[in-house]
Design a protein around this ligand. Structure first.
Ligand code: NDP
Length: 249
């Protein structure tokens, strides 16, 4: 039986990488809803693959007014919202010696402010009993070189899962967080020179206890669990989906 039949989901960053993997797994379990991003081309490609049950909304998750529009449009289109996935985010590489104020604000806006306002703006449109899924990172647990601010923002996202669950007890809305390890997404292209991408992936796979890096579907299947009633006893929880990379490698 489809685990998410008739559930309506909003997935930020659903046009690429992990977010698209989540959207694909949601679709295969019977969900419908909206994917959110800024790139019209990848939004159009993603929604074409997801089919008629999904819409694409062009919005910047660092802008609360954009987010308000996202949830209003989704609720108008589908009549309700059951599941929110605050996935959009990305890293800034640099140390405390090199990152200045502009990069600080950019990283925190994308990885922390966006998560807060995604949930804040969703709540007036969201069903009681719904599920909020946040995407953190294993970089919150280990001080990987130069992931200083990104790791700090993601550590706060893990806290948000607990705090949001506590704040929303009266509405029976559960918030949980998935912390991926290295996952095969276009984000690699942004940080690794094109000619080194395959070598870097092979290196990471070699140090992973599982012998491979993560795929967006690994995170997508975990998100299905957290979105479904199978996880109804879980709130404020973190699921580390990292192939053993963080503590066992
Ligand atoms: P991608 O770069 O593939 O995807 C990022 C997504 O976020 C895109 O869809 C992008 O859409 C969207 N996005 C970025 N900025 C904004 C914005 N301001 N407004 C709206 N949408 C935005 O990255 P991943 O799939 O790898 O990352 C997804 C999440 O997973 C992130 O939160 C990341 O930190 C986390 N993560 C990833 C890991 C990995 O190894 N890949 C490991 C641990 C965590 P658009 O370009 O259209 O704006």
């Amino acid at each position: 039986m489809s685990k998410l039949k008739n559930k309506v989901a909003v997935i930020t960053g659903g046009n690429s990488g992990i977010g698209f993997g989540i959207a694909q797994e949601f679709k295969s379990e019977g969900a419908k809803g909206a994917i959110v991003g800024r790139n019209p081309e990848t939004l159009a490609n993603a929604v074409a693959q997801l089919g008629d049950d999904f819409i694409a909304i062009n919005a910047d998750v660092t802008n609360p007014a954009d987010l308000e529009r996202v949830f209003k449009e989704t609720a108008e289109k589908f009549g309700k919202i059951d599941v929110i996935v605050a996935n959009a985010g990305g890293g800034t590489v640099g140390t405390v010696a090199t990152i200045g104020e502009a990069e600080y604000d950019k990283t925190m806006d994308l990885n922390l402010k966006s998560v807060y306002f995604t949930v804040h703006k969703a709540l007036p449109h969201m069903n009681d009993g719904g599920s909020i899924i946040l995407i953190g990172s294993n970089a919150a647990h280990r001080a990987y070189s130069s992931f200083t601010l990104y790791g700090a923002a993601k550590a706060a996202v893990i806290f948000f899962a607990k705090a949001f669950s506590s704040d929303l007890l009266d509405r029976k809305i559960r918030a949980n967080v998935i912390t991926p390890g290295t996952t095969d997404t276009p984000a690699f292209d942004k940080f690794v020179p094109a000619e080194q991408i395959e070598a870097v992936k092979t290196h990471y796979a070699g140090v992973m206890p599982t012998g491979r890096i993560g795929q967006p579907s690994d995170i997508g299947k975990t998100a299905v669990f957290l979105a479904s009633d199978d996880s109804s006893f879980m709130l404020g929880a973190e699921l580390l989906v990292d192939g053993g990379m963080t503590y066992l490698a």
